[in-house]
Design a protein around this ligand. Structure first.
Ligand code: CMP
Length: 143
């Protein structure tokens, strides 16, 4: 089981100034931040990241939303990181998310859902390398 996952604090949550509260939530749940940056995604980068959803009806809206303002990708580490983080953020649709989860607390709707979490160890690896170079990860000496 891999110890890594990728989170993205999405544009709706950044815009509303929820960044600090969300990072506190993540830290208090025992995740270690290995790398973090604020970026405004280009259409190209967002389309690459969400390639698996290209044929879905919501794809164009998703790309527009994810490029609408800055977002904050964060490489995280914890035992069983992918599953643990998905528990912490709750269901994709905040209406279905459990009480106390990040999406229940901060998301607007199924699209503007405040935060992303990788859905498998393989995707975690791919998604982390979408945003962070090897160097950026290795230069992070926080244990
Ligand atoms: P996430 O699971 O992080 O990655 C895919 C994203 O697509 C998802 O979050 C939502 O932001 C968006 N999404 C997923 N399902 C829908 C849907 N049914 N309608 C609109 N947006 C969706």
């Amino acid at each position: 089981m891999s110890k890594k996952t990728l989170a993205i604090i999405k544009p709706d949550a950044v815009k509303k100034n929820y960044t600090g509260q969300i990072i506190t939530n993540i830290s208090e749940a025992g995740f270690k931040i290995k790398a973090m940056k604020m970026v405004k995604l280009t259409t190209n980068s967002a389309e690459g990241f969400y390639e698996v959803h290209r044929e879905r009806g919501f794809f164009r809206d998703l790309i527009e939303y994810m490029t609408s303002g800055p977002c904050i990708p964060i490489a995280l580490e914890k035992e069983n990181a992918v599953d643990e983080f998905r528990k912490l953020i709750g269901a994709t649709d905040p209406a279905k998310a459990e009480k106390g989860t990040i999406r229940k607390l901060f998301a607007v709707n199924i699209q503007e859902n405040a935060i992303h979490g990788s859905d498998s160890d393989d995707n975690a690896e791919k998604e982390i390398s979408h945003f962070f170079s090897r160097n950026e990860l290795l230069e992070n000496y926080n244990g």
